[in-house]
Design a protein around this ligand. Structure first.
Ligand SMILES: [Cu+2]
Length: 713
């Protein structure tokens, strides 16, 4: 039985960081010009289920992708040194912006890795049809697609139960999927439940505030016929708690609902896809565990409403024209309820209004033409325009006491200004590919990409050390304030890819992708002060020599360059099975040109090597990850340096009819190491009495024994 669900099972067998997988399940407009540094990676993501429920973490084996870690299910992918909302992330075509001052609920936190069917990563140069509102690459995640009965089936029933357990942190992740369908209609349900305690590092110490619990439910209704497919998905997510080791606060509740409608149609003149989606989140921060204590309720409500219409029209034999129109409206309210004066004078009185009635509305149109000129040459040219309007209402501090004077003055100044801003953003993509023959190809291209500032970057205004610290989404425990006059950031990227392969016997392949990006008006930071540094230095504010840096979002010039080098060699193919050795080398350098400073969160030189073996139902591998010491650090953010490390993982799986069993050991030698993109360990600093600088990096997970079982019918 070849169903989408068995595709999901097959993906369990698939190997991580495969450079061979090129098939795209998503049926609309695959980019056939295998564009420069576009990597399509499918069905491999879930191979990592033994490691994590975190969908972002499932991406960490992709060339060019690293992870900025925070909460257990809320990591942020970094592509070629650009992270968070600088990267475009779409889940089933929906773009969901973080409704949290600490970006605790990014798009990928709403989907469990176990229900992901395929992921495509477009690093660097992105076709305009899948870009917009970003300067990094695009990550498109598709969850399980509906199942229909095949030609000779009247009724199709399928189901899957899958669970894995990880000893470190007592992590349990369970998934149930079921579907009933005939040839025209399909009804499906997917549910996931995952929970973890705080994990232990390689020295056996508990890493505070890394525990979580998360639940997802999705109902899918679909119909197909006459060349048309409609899919309606509706779902709910709840995260009752999630610790954030590198943030002052933890998540004490995140509830989200969504409705996503998609239509794909094939007509004589071409294809069309229309989508409509709505999503809303209520988010609350506070404290829930003895691992990090305090009192400070903070609430956020966000909603996303959008549609897109895309058409693909063949023109003569050689060209495909794609036209599209999109809208995305984002609404945000962020307020912090007061506490009794007996608990804190500073936070008593009124609600602190961080962002009121925030709006970020985007309207986009694009046109793109893909041409296959002859057996060798193909090109892709695209132009995209976006109108982005942002706005926010008036704000207020907790109270007007002496301690809050920086806020009283700042609120007055903020409220006196007009808040509405309008940006006109243009993106351009130009790509060419020359295929020599089966044995290689050369691709090169240029992209101009634009992103308007987020509401948190433009409209946060608080000026006490504490408010500023609450508005940090970098995991560095520094204090941040917005700037209403921020301009959109514009990235110019040039990139090339040389791919070589053994076209005849498929015994080996390698791809080398160097890239260079210059960013005009990069949204970075400059030092700032709140006028009363001495008063707040004692607890957690102050511009110099204090526990944290006070920073303001600011437009700067920046440059990034680097290289991705994935490769694979087949070393055995006989009666003892098939074995591959494969790897990736990644390097990125990022600099703020105004200051000569390193960019924040730049991954050190790193490499991955895997030896994989398959025989019958068996699949086994040894993975080795090597990371150099981190010396490129952002001194402005007091970013800690980290030591180099090597991690070894083992895994093996056996598939027998409808049962699959996986087992593995991650961090086999129980190596103690610091996460280069994990920020600082705020939780430990706080537990130890807030003494001195917060400069301890967050330790990665120690050894874990993992086991998983999947049943499918
Ligand atoms: Cu939050």
């Amino acid at each position: 039985m070849k169903t989408k669900l068995s595709v999901a099972i097959a993906s369990l067998l698939a190997v991580p960081f495969s450079v061979v997988a090129e098939e795209v399940v998503h049926t609309f407009a695959p980019v056939e010009v295998n564009a420069t540094s576009i990597k399509k990676q499918d069905k491999t993501a879930i191979s990592n289920v033994l490691k994590t429920a975190d969908t972002a973490a499932a991406l960490s084996d992709e060339p060019g992708v690293n992870l900025q870690t925070g909460g257990g299910v809320s990591s942020l992918p970094v592509i070629h040194g650009l992270s968070d909302e600088k990267v475009k992330i779409v889940v089933d075509g929906m773009q969901i912006l973080s409704a949290c001052a600490n970006h605790m609920n990014p798009s990928l936190s709403y989907v469990n890795a176990a229900t992901v069917e395929n992921i495509s990563v477009m690093a660097g140069i992105t076709p305009v049809s899948s870009g917009g509102d970003s300067i990094g690459g695009t990550i498109a995640v598709n969850s399980l697609t509906p199942v229909f009965a095949s030609g000779n089936e009247n009724l199709h029933l399928s189901g899957r139960v899958s669970s894995f357990y990880r000893s470190n942190g007592d992590t349990l992740n369970s998934t149930v999927s079921a579907a009933i369908a005939n040839q025209h209609f399909s009804l499906g349900y997917d549910g996931t439940l995952s929970s973890a305690d705080s994990y232990r590092d390689g020295r056996g110490n508990r890493v505070r505030s890394t525990q979580y619990e998360s639940m997802n439910h999705t109902l899918t209704l679909a119909a197909q016929g006459y060349g048309q497919t409609v899919v309606l998905k509706a779902g709910q997510q709840a995260i009752p708690h999630q610790g954030f080791v590198n943030q002052p606060m933890d998540m004490v509740g995140n509830r989200a609902n969504f409705v996503n409608f998609d239509h794909q149609g094939q007509f004589d003149w071409g294809k069309i896809e229309s989508r409509f989606f709505w999503q809303n989140t209520t988010h609350e921060m506070g404290f829930f565990s003895p691992e990090k204590t305090g009192v400070m309720p903070m609430e956020t409500e966000g909603s996303n409403l959008g549609y897109s219409v895309k058409a693909e029209i063949p023109v003569m034999d050689k060209h495909k024209l794609r036209l599209g129109n999109e809208m995305h409206n984002f609404k945000l309210n962020d307020w912090w309820r007061p506490v009794p004066a007996s608990v804190s004078m500073m936070m008593s009185g009124n609600s602190f209004i961080n962002i009121k009635d925030g709006r970020r509305d985007r309207y986009a149109v694009f046109g793109e033409i893909e041409s296959k000129w002859d057996a060798h040459w193909s090109t892709l040219l695209g132009l995209r325009y976006e109108l982005v309007k942002t706005n926010a209402g008036n704000v207020q501090p907790y109270n007007t006491s002496m301690m809050n004077q920086p806020d009283v003055i700042a609120a007055k100044a903020f409220n006196a200004q007009p808040h509405e801003r309008t940006d006109h953003n243009f993106d351009v993509t130009a790509l060419a590919r020359y295929a020599v023959n089966d044995n290689g190809a050369f691709e090169f291209g240029y992209a101009r990409k634009t992103r308007s500032p987020s509401l948190y970057e433009r409209y946060t205004w608080g000026r006490t050390g504490m408010d500023m610290m609450m508005n940090g989404f970098m995991g560095d425990a520094n204090g941040y304030v917005g700037d209403i006059n921020l301009r959109p950031e514009i990235a110019h990227t040039i990139s090339a890819t040389i791919s070589l392969q053994d076209g005849k016997n498929k015994q080996w392949e390698a791809k080398l992708t160097p890239y260079y990006t210059h960013v005009e008006d990069f949204i970075g930071v400059i030092p700032t002060t709140n006028g009363i540094t001495t008063a707040t230095t004692a607890n957690m504010g102050g511009a110099t020599g204090a526990n944290i840096a006070l920073l303001q979002h600011a437009n700067q010039n920046a440059e990034l360059y680097g290289i991705d080098f994935p490769w694979r060699v087949n070393v055995m193919d006989n009666q003892y099975g098939r074995a591959n050795i494969k790897g990736i080398v990644g390097y990125v350098h990022g600099k703020i040109k105004n200051t000569g400073n390193s960019m924040y969160h730049i991954m050190p030189l790193n490499a991955k090597i895997a030896v994989e073996h398959s025989l019958g139902g068996w699949n086994s591998a040894v993975d080795v990850q090597l990371v150099d010491r981190k010396t490129q650090v952002d001194s402005l953010r007091l970013e800690p340096k980290t030591a180099g490390y090597t991690l070894v993982n083992l895994r093996s799986g056996y598939q027998w009819n409808f049962i699959k069993i996986d087992a593995g050991i991650t961090n086999l030698f129980n190596k103690y190491y610091s996460l280069p993109l994990g920020g600082v360990n705020f939780s430990e600093w706080k537990a130890n009495g807030r003494v001195g600088q917060i400069n301890l990096p967050v330790a990665g997970m120690g050894r874990s024994f993992n086991v998983g079982v999947t049943l499918e019918y």
